[in-house]
Design a protein around this ligand. Structure first.
Ligand SMILES: Nc1c(/N=C/[C@H](O)[C@H](O)[C@H](O)COP(=O)(O)O)[nH]c(=O)[nH]c1=O
Ligand SMILES: Nc1c(N[C@@H]2O[C@H](COP(=O)(O)O)[C@@H](O)[C@H]2O)[nH]c(=O)[nH]c1=O
Ligand SMILES: [Zn+2]
Length: 362
């Protein structure tokens, strides 16, 4: 096997920890001596040992003269764990192959430099784009200091998220909706607007055959119109109600509970300031925010240029009429100003399409 194949293995081990290492990145490491794998490991949970440490512990003295493949530059700082760069140097490996440098300002090339200074050969950029894509969430969070925003919507072929009566059950198939629960299982938080709560009374929990973890529920509700009976106020997952500065204090107190928090943020012409909201959510260590609608919320995230990834489910059915489309808000006046999506992928769930893309940011 060559460098790319061993790095591919390290990436596969890392991606198996999807959604569980936050607010840390997913990282995998493989130690190879004379073409034989002598150690491998992944970072399993923030605060626990890093991938390199697991792999080098497994290799033991077989690390001597070996090559270590790691999907992220060995760290060089004392966070919740000691620096991997030192561990790598002590291990006796003679070559370090890195997929991507670590943009965390605490590391940012210093790890690789320290290893080079110790006279060890360092190669970088092997399967770099795969490594960046795998940690797209963490990369956005660590560089932009806000959660990665993943917009998910579902519409009929004629572009509606509900009938003109508001009825929306169901647009997509059971298997497409199950895929959405796998997104929720990965997400740290899920966000909807009060309109969706009033229309659908959603639970917004993760309900997979194998269980899954329910994200924090974030409800944009500027004037706290949410009824006390709303299912999202239940105890099965934490809920953050986001309202404006002049919401009724009595209502705030009546809504607060063991699992319900009320977060007041500033308003931008009558709507929640999304930059302030994301800053507050980031402070709560939320790095992947799944935005599930409705149209006004999606439109305001688009207007604020805060969408990092889009998945649109398209069901091959026609509802007709003047029902709502997936994105409202201000939008753009010219088609040439439309947000162009890149790195498009299309999946099918029964007859439903799931189109995923990334807004192309110049
Ligand atoms: N109506 C449809 C969707 N509707 C999405 C709305 O957010 C809806 O309120 C929630 O999905 C309901 O959440 P919960 O199941 O109660 O946790 N989303 C979809 O992907 N397909 C559809 O057909
Ligand atoms: N998970 C991971 C790294 N994560 C890096 O270290 C930071 C977290 O440090 P700590 O708080 O000590 O866990 C994280 O933000 C990222 O920059 N580095 C690595 O060498 N290998 C790993 O497996
Ligand atoms: Zn480390």
């Amino acid at each position: 096997m060559n460098d790319q194949q061993f790095m591919k293995l390290a990436l596969q081990i890392a991606s198996a920890t999807n959604g569980r290492t936050w607010p840390n990145p997913m990282v995998g490491a493989v130690v190879v001596n004379n073409g034989q794998i002598v150690g491998m490991g992944a970072h399993l949970k923030a605060g626990e040992p890093h991938a390199e440490v697991h792999a080098l512990n497994m290799a033991g003295d077989k690390a001597l003269g070996a090559t270590i493949y790691v999907t992220l530059e060995p760290c060089s700082h004392y966070g919740r764990t000691p620096p991997c760069a030192d561990r790598v140097i002590q291990s006796g490996v003679s070559r370090v192959v890195i997929a991507m440098l670590d943009p965390n300002p605490l590391v940012a090339g210093q790890g690789a430099e320290r290893i080079r200074q110790a006279g060890i050969e360092v190669v970088t950029g092997v399967l770099e784009s795969e490594a960046r894509r795998m940690n797209e969430v963490w990369l956005t969070a660590i560089t932009k200091r806000r959660p990665f925003v993943w917009m998910k919507a579902a519409m009929t072929l004629d572009g509606k998220i509900a009938a003109r009566t508001g009825d929306s059950k169901w647009i997509t198939s059971e298997s497409a909706r199950q895929e959405v629960h796998r997104y929720r299982d990965q997400a740290d938080a899920i966000l909807v607007g009060i309109g969706t709560v009033l229309a659908d009374d959603p639970q917004l929990t993760t309900r997979l055959p194998e269980g899954g973890r329910s994200p924090v529920r974030v409800i944009l509700d500027t004037h706290l119109r949410i009824p006390e009976s709303a299912r999202v106020l239940g105890p099965e997952a934490p809920t953050i109600l986001v309202c404006g500065p002049n919401a009724d204090p009595a209502k705030i107190r009546s809504l607060q509970s063991q699992t319900v928090d009320v977060l007041q943020v500033g308003l931008d012409n009558g709507k929640v300031n999304l930059h302030q909201l994301l800053d507050q959510l980031y402070r709560r260590q939320i790095t992947l925010l799944l935005v599930e609608g409705g149209a006004e919320v999606h439109g305001s995230f688009l207007d604020a240029e805060l969408i990092d990834k889009v998945t649109m489910f398209v069901a091959p059915k026609l509802i007709g009429g003047t029902g709502p489309s997936p994105l409202a808000g201000n939008g753009f006046s010219r088609m040439s100003d439309a947000v162009q999506l890149q790195n498009i992928s299309v999946e099918m769930f029964d007859n439903d399409l799931a189109v995923t893309g990334y807004p192309d940011r110049q």
